[in-house]
Design a protein around this ligand. Sequence first.
Ligand code: PBG
Length: 310
Amino acid sequence: MRRLVAEIDLRPRHLVLPMFVKEGASEPVPIASMPGVVQHTRDSLRKAATEAVSAGVGGLMLFGVPESRDATGTAGVDPDGVLNVALRDLRAEVGDATVLMADTCLDEFTDHGHCGVLDAEGRVDNDATLAVYGEMAVAQAEAGAHLLGPSGMMDGQVGAIREALDAAGHVDTGILAYTAKYSSAFFGPFREAVESQLRGDRKTYQQDSANVREALRELALDLEEGADMVMVKPALAYLDVLRAVAETADVPVAAYQVSGEYAMVEAAAANGWLDRDRTVLETLTGIRRAGADIVLTYWATEVATRLTTE
Ligand code: PBG
């Protein structure tokens, strides 16, 4: 009877797996703060992507870890940069069997670790960054990404990327806008995962956790600029924001269960303090109930497998 009357469900197609690929790696490198998650080699990435697709996940979101970084994040734009190479690998490997997504952001590629380029005073230069995002977006579309995830929270990023894609003929490449991305301590383990060079914080461009109205303003702007889907991030501490966005948006809504949310459950489970499998499913169900059509989670393959075999 419980099954008969359940109000929402969680299916493999709702899940997106974020993945890391490390340039020059000969073995997958474990990420200490995210037990079970690795920085992939090109080969192990292909294998893990195939497993995720077999498990039925709805999408893959790819992040690159380059060997060298510079002030403007050149390696992110370079067609031979690690992320673009990996996108080409995966598109060849899985084709259109899942939605291939790319992180369209500079923080993995800059030597200062910020999501944009800096001005003479060392501040993030919003508009100069937009031009680089445009080039990066075209490179990622050319490498085979179906959907781009601009995560840098620059004002106007969705419009700039849409314009650059259209001008290059990539009219069918979609944009999953990181609409409400908060300046969050929950990104901690991700910084290890991408070997971030950041000192300081992103408070001048990511949102203040005190604000929900601001998220709705960001939503209106992203929709006006042409976002095909929108995202709230992190998930668990922002379920009210997710609910508000889901009630307002007329496009699909995603939520990103971030690295710190993953680490927190894994750490408690490793101590025997939480029932891991139940907790994982409960968090994902809660995120769906709050209004997410799509959930990005590092547990995607495992949960997708469990949902279809149990
Ligand atoms: C920025 C980006 C971040 C995450 C996804 N994209 C880090 C940040 O903004 O500091 C975090 C994801 C996670 O914590 O799992 N490119």
